[in-house]
Design a protein around this ligand. Structure first.
Ligand code: KIV
Ligand code: NA
Length: 267
């Protein structure tokens, strides 16, 4: 059994071999992803992908911990990061620390992720100083979907670039060990990657980021609708539909269970 990647293993990848990051919410999917990913994120996207909610705002700390515990049972090699959900950290560093301590203590994961740039820098610093590895998340921050007025790409207007740049620098200086750049125009994501000393992990950002992250169900082809920045690398949705249809037909015509699928008495 190879040992689990550490925070220094991830930060050492700055400017080097790209960091492969994928979400997982369960032991089953974590086992699949663990063979290929350096970092597994237990994303609050679980609220939408697994729980059918319209946004990530309904994710709770208990929900994240339950999924985090499941993922930790399936992943042996990847560094596991769990999202701090909306409402579990924004009130201040104390609240953030209490939530992060529960996540690390109850799941055994290595790091937490939280959304926000300059405004969250004090919180990032507070956590980092107390032994909590933090991944920051800037640009399109889904927990701010109500304020943003939708899932909108950030930095379309160059007038916004300074603010986004400042967010990246602020979380890096505060001690985040990596930062997710989501939904940021490509040249700005590339520029930020070159400008800060910590790895950037892109999603809808740039191939020049230090790594990429994606929602597993989106690349598998299981998600009904995906944003433009997603590429489907598989078609499991169609495979699943065909398998379920075949099962239903076999039940209907009594060809399942067949002789191999039933038990007979010994005598
Ligand atoms: O919740 C999530 O899945 C995420 C990633 C897409 C970055 O935050
Ligand atoms: Na998230």
């Amino acid at each position: 059994v190879s040992k689990r990647l550490t925070v220094p293993d991830i930060t050492a990848r700055k400017g080097g071999r790209p960091i492969v990051a994928i979400t997982a919410y369960s032991a089953l999917t974590a086992r699949l992803v663990d063979r290929h990913a350096d970092l597994i994120l237990v994303g609050d996207s679980v609220a939408m992908v697994e729980h059918g909610m319209a946004s990530t705002l309904g994710a709770t700390l208990d929900m994240m911990i339950l999924h985090g515990r499941s993922v930790m049972r399936g992943a042996a090699r990847a560094l596991v990061t769990v999202d701090l959900p909306f409402g579990s950290y924004e009130a201040g560093p104390d609240e953030a620390f209490r939530s992060a301590a529960r996540v690390l203590g109850e799941t055994g994961c290595t790091a937490v992720k939280l959304e926000g740039g300059e405004a969250m820098a004090g919180t990032v610093a507070f956590l980092a100083a107390r032994g909590v590895p933090v991944v920051a998340h800037i640009g399109l921050t889904p927990q701010a979907v109500m304020a943003l007025g939708g899932f909108r790409t950030q930095g379309r207007a160059r007038a916004d670039w300074d603010r986004i740049r400042r967010d990246a620098i602020a979380v890096a200086e505060a001690g985040a060990f990596a930062v997710v750049l989501e939904g940021i125009v490509e040249p700005l994501a590339a520029e930020i990657t070159a400008a800060i000393p910590i790895p950037t992990i892109g999603i809808g950002a740039s191939p020049r980021c230090d790594g990429q992250i994606i929602v597993l169900e989106d690349i598998l082809g299981l998600s009904p609708r995906v944003p433009r920045f997603v590429k489907r690398f598989g078609s499991l949705g169609e495979d699943a539909d065909a398998a379920i249809a075949a099962y239903a037909a076999a039940v209907g015509d009594r060809s399942f269970p067949g002789p191999d699928n039933v038990y007979q008495p010994k005598d």
